[in-house]
Design a protein around this ligand. Structure first.
Ligand code: MRU
Length: 340
């Protein structure tokens, strides 16, 4: 493997017992940090999306449990409260279980395990970036949805890690960034990251994507994941399924990029994945300004599930998985694969 790329953006930092969190709700306008040693404040930051993205939620929750281990609070209660903040991202429960099991509540061991999870995520992004960049052609226009970058993982990003690596390799690429309603993770966060890297990009409204795909303006779609079932069905930011349908109709490859910790082999099919329903106010207003009449009721599922049949490949740090995904996923999640 070549030298590990250094993430330009640090959405969280552990500074001897204090967690420093970049408040993503204020980006791109304001770069402000929350500094806390209180795990409950971290839980609140996760709930209101100040820190977000499945892998980064896992890393952040691991540090939060390390903070809880330093306090007199019950670790099991803290773990349950943290796990309930975002129900779809499986990395959250995975990281909490790992810190609790390894540390047994000991604060020093909890901190060491959280740091280890963070380091592993950075390494996973770098490896996924290398593997995924090989799938991107010279001159490609790549469409991405939501933010699966440094702001979502703590490393170079999963889907955006692939984009960045292709760019660093000298591939001339352009990125179409779905704005990503209702909270605009695409236009606020992904465009911010790509601008810092000097990568050519254009923001589009979500509803423009299908037309651009149909008119051969997109060579690949690259997205992250919040949870991948044992059969490859993938939950990701709402709107991913629609992109996948358009991609299949027009022969455009759809690549999911995610660490193995996003795979949940306890879930056989995507239909079993709990989809987070968020407050309807996120749909009917923006930045405290109402965008629908008073009293309007909104549905606000934060994620949808893309069936495995619509996914071309799943890029993980242990390899690029192809259909049939059931066998491929088992090959990277079974204990023998973990030991390799
Ligand atoms: O609600 P968010 O902003 O946490 O949703 C994030 C996504 O859907 C990402 O695509 C996913 O977590 C993967 S991030 C590497």
């Amino acid at each position: 493997m070549s030298r590990m790329p250094v993430p330009q953006v640090r959405p969280i930092e552990w500074r001897s017992g204090v967690l420093r969190i970049l408040d993503q709700t204020l980006l791109p306008g304001d770069e402000r940090y929350i500094e806390t040693a209180d795990w409950r404040e971290v839980a609140s930051a996760i709930r209101r999306l100040a820190v977000r993205g499945a892998p980064l939620i896992g890393v952040t929750a691991a540090y939060a449990l390390a903070l809880a281990s330093r306090s007199s609070d019950d670790i099991a209660v803290a773990a349950d409260e943290l796990a309930a903040t975002r129900p779809t991202a499986v990395n959250l429960r995975w990281a909490l279980d790992r810190v609790r099991d390894v540390s047994g509540g000991d604060a020093i061991r909890a901190e060491a395990e959280a740091v280890c999870i963070h380091d592993e995520q950075i390494a996973s992004d770098a490896r996924c970036g290398e593997l995924g960049a090989a799938l991107i052609g010279q001159g490609a226009t790549i469409l991405t949805h939501c933010n699966a970058g440094s702001l979502a993982t703590g490393g170079i990003g999963s889907a955006l890690g692939v984009v960045k690596t292709a760019h660093w390799q000298g591939k001339r690429i352009n990125v179409l960034v779905d704005e990503t309603r209702p909270l605009l993770q695409g236009s606020r966060l992904t465009a911010w990251e790509l601008a810092r890297e000097g990568i050519s990009h254009e923001v589009i409204v979500d509803s423009a994507a299908a037309g651009l795909i149909a008119h051969a303006r997109v060579q690949a779609i690259v997205v992250g994941a919040d949870r991948i079932a044992a059969n490859g069905d993938t939950a990701n930011k709402v709107g991913t399924y629609g992109l996948a349908l358009a991609a299949q109709a027009h022969g455009v490859p759809l690549y999911v990029v995610a660490p193995v910790s996003t795979i949940d082999t306890n879930v056989a099919h995507g239909s079993e994945i709990e989809i987070e329903e968020r407050d309807g106010d996120e749909v009917t207003s923006f930045a405290s300004i109402r965008t629908a009449p008073d009293g309007t009721i909104a549905r606000n599922p934060a994620f949808d599930v893309t069936p495995a049949a619509l996914i071309t490949a799943i890029v993980t740090e242990r390899g690029v998985l192809r259909r049939p995904f059931g066998a491929a996923i088992a090959s990277v999640t079974e204990p023998a694969a973990v030991a390799r």
